[in-house]
Design a protein around this ligand. Sequence first.
Ligand code: GLU
Length: 418
Amino acid sequence: MSEDANPFESLQSQIDDAAAHLEVDDDVLERLKHPERVLETNLSVELDDGSLRRFTAFRSQFNGDRGPYKGGIRYHPNVSRDEVKALSGWMVYKCAVVDIPYGGGKGGIIIDPREYSEAELERVTRAFATELRPLIGVDRDVPAPDVNTGQREMNWIKDTYETLENTTAPGVVTGKAPDSGGSAGRVEATGRSTMLVAREAFDYLDIEMKGASVAVQGYGNAGWIAADLLEGIGATIVAVSDSSGAIYNEDGLDARSVRSFKNETGTVSGYDGAAEEFSNDDLLTLDVDLLVPAALENAIDRELAEDVDADVIVEAANGPLTPGADAVLTDRGVHVFPDILANAGGVTVSYFEWVQNRQRFYWTEERVNEELEEIIVDAFDALTDTYEEYDLESFRTAAYVVAIQRVVDAFEDAGTFP
Ligand code: GLU
């Protein structure tokens, strides 16, 4: 990883860029750039063959000024302490930009889940949940799914916590299956916010969505739902990719049928509706109206950014642009709508799930989607108002200006203890 691509340094430079437009004391700013605490633990887990394997896991609690720490847990071989710290910080500002009452946290285990059986993954997850137990809780820290985790893992964490605490506490994690206290609409929520932000962005920039060409990098939960919903509002999905490569069809790919193909075969490559296949980097530099990076951090670096040919980028992934790429794209006049707004649907519906768990009263999917739309559209309007009022260079800086001010206000209202 090159020097400018350390995600924790990216987070800190994003905070610095925004703080330059705010009256925030340096000592308060220093607080906003570092996590409050990070758990690093080594889990010893028995594999199916009886051997013991060590897995390193982290949970970073970045900032709790606005409410319980909130954020997902990812399973990936590239998880690192700095990555988890950065992701936990992004959660703070994401929750603040959509104005939901949470701080930010994030967890991860260094593991390639494809190499383990379901029983092994259950033991790994329960071992991590046991380590997390003193740190988490409905009013303390509320994990959720992230890359390579979903309802199954959340159900295991909830069950481990409830068993050890001898209670029922469905709100200790979000993103659960509906029968375990999950919310309608949670699975689709991240991609739904990406679609809503793209729709609002096109409207704001006066670009027609009908017939707009879209490329989506990453075809997991966020990417494929965004593609499907964008297709639903008239866009043409010309290219999608996953780690196996990219598929392209100028006349449009059918988002759902690509998803069924990927479910059956494990990849998008080989899909018979594709006219061409190429690499992920080729997809990222396609001449399209809208590019949606929906995979991992640092998908676009400074060099690749010079070749990006999209008019608008809406970030479904967390941190897909390095700071170098961000600077190049801003200079080149590409409109980038940042992750902390464009994928905030996930945590927003997690918030709805938590509210429903606390009340033990469940909403319809229609209500979830309506309330989500209101929150995302209001946040979009606050962001564009700030962009204009401060005459800012990018929508990302505008999002951080809004978010940092809210966190600073909460901190200053409360004062310091002890
Ligand atoms: N992992 C998601 C994110 O990065 C969701 C977090 C949550 O629901 O707490 O926003």
